[in-house]
Design a protein around this ligand. Structure first.
Ligand code: F0G
Length: 427
């Protein structure tokens, strides 16, 4: 079954030299200049398609936006019900910071616990359309967890490369139980990515699903659509996003610009990228005004998901930040962990450290006056806290060991003391 006869998706295009590639061509970098590619649409045809469709009646979810996606044959869609995540109004945290309108878009509510599922449902559906049987990625954890799940659902063989000993256990357990072939590379993420890039270029039967794959990014742009729809057709003033390999901030920006082009929103938000201080090449570019990405050779941070020294999508991210009038900031591990605790304790939202970097960045930028108190801000929290329980346990108070007796717990809670005070007062 086909979505329609109109050709709303036209081609893939190099962001640098404009070279065009067919929509079913397997190509990850421009063959002419080596730069990144993106999927292009005919917006007149897309608008027509949307007018004929009942998409706005479909409940919030990624596939509500199927008309905006580069999938032709809907029978090939591989879905685990992604998207439709909560946009949580955070009054308590907002009040502490003096912000009137603070929201958290909690991507940990996706099927495998991170925003990666938005990209994977589209990327693996495209792989399915192309007849791919083998999929691969390099990952700091979440990408591998997500790809493994979608590959399992699609019946594809999945290979994942992760940096040895440096990923959170929750994520590793996901890739393992979903049945992926897991390789732990003696090296970092950047080296692992380099390996899968070379492998998939050499062996065309292996389909690469890192975020340089432009179809994956298409799924992730739905995050921008959802935020606007949850704010009743308005973009917020600012989006704050953790940045690692830099695909997500680029994808969200693409979503906002497409909604804007189609007339669904009046203005665009300021894209604000947050990186961990120990791995912040994109933030350094923004701060220094440079056009050159200088890789960090030995990236280090407690936020292992964004422990990336040479982000592959840096150019798209820098363009998004600059074209939107946004900014970038770095945060220390201490600031990240403090923000993680604050969000959990004030708002009941448990996120992994990389996700908390958006909150840590928000705090820093509000305190320095870069983010105005009258701004409507959405922080994206990218992954669930249970992905990395070890860090959460390490930074919280230890459980109190007690005997299995009522008195023991009453003593520990100070209830006997209170009772005797009340009894004393009554005399
Ligand atoms: N937050 C989390 C929880 C992540 O897992 C990632 C990336 C990011 C933020 C950054 O997003 O790379 O699009 O800028 N994780 C990748 C992975 C690299 O392999 O799971 P980005």
């Amino acid at each position: 079954m086909f979505i329609g006869v109109v050709k709303k998706v036209t081609h893939q295009e190099c962001i640098n030299c404009g070279a065009k590639y067919g929509i079913n061509e397997i190509v990850y970098f421009c063959k002419k200049c080596g730069d990144l590619l993106e999927v292009k649409y005919d917006f007149t045809q897309l608008a027509k398609k949307l007018e004929e469709s009942n998409w706005q009646d479909v409940p919030l979810s990624l596939w509500r936006y199927k008309d905006f996606m580069p999938i032709k044959d809907v029978s090939k869609i591989v879905s685990l019900n992604e998207g439709g995540t909560g946009l949580h109004s955070c009054h308590k945290l907002g009040k502490k910071l003096g912000l009137l309108q603070l929201y958290v878009k909690n991507e940990g509510e996706n099927p495998t616990g991170s925003f990666k599922d938005r990209g994977m449902t589209v990327g693996v559906s495209k792989a399915n359309e192309l007849g791919a049987k083998n999929v691969i990625c390099a990952s700091t954890g979440n990408t591998s967890a997500s790809l493994s799940a979608y590959a399992a659902k699609a019946g594809m063989r999945c290979t994942v490369l992760i940096p040895s000993g440096k990923i959170a256990y929750g994520k590793l357990s996901q890739a393992m139980i979903y049945g992926a072939k897991v390789f732990q590379v003696r090296g970092n993420f950047d080296q692992s990515l380099d390996m899968v890039l070379k492998l998939s270029e050499k062996h065309s039967s292996i389909y690469l699903l890192n975020s340089i794959n432009p179809f994956r990014v298409e799924g992730q742009k739905s995050l921008g659509f959802e935020i606007c729809d949850q704010l009743d057709g308005e973009a917020p003033d600012r989006i704050v996003v953790p940045v690692g390999n830099a695909g997500n901030i680029s994808a969200i920006w693409k979503g906002f610009t497409e909604y804007h082009k189609l007339g669904f929103i009046r203005k665009l938000p300021k894209m604000t990228g947050i990186q961990a201080a120990g791995s912040a090449p994109v933030a350094q570019m923004i701060k220094s005004g440079s056009d050159e990405m200088v890789p960090v050779k030995a990236p280090e941070t407690v936020a292992t998901a964004i422990r990336i020294g040479a982000p592959v999508s840096w150019k798209k991210a820098v363009n998004a930040i600059r074209n939107s009038g946004g900014t970038a900031e770095t945060v220390t591990d201490e600031e990240i962990l403090a923000a993680q605790k604050l969000l959990a304790r004030d708002e009941g939202i448990f996120v992994e450290p990389a996700s908390a970097s958006s909150i840590a960045g928000l705090i820093k930028l509000v305190n320095s006056g870069v983010i105005g108190k009258d701004e409507r801000v959405v922080c994206v929290t990218t992954g669930h806290g249970l992905k990395d329980p070890d860090t959460a346990v390490k930074m919280s108070e230890k459980p109190v060991e007690i005997d299995a007796e009522m008195k023991a717990i009453e003593d520990a809670l100070g209830l006997n003391r209170q009772a005797s005070i009340v009894a004393g007062e009554a005399k």
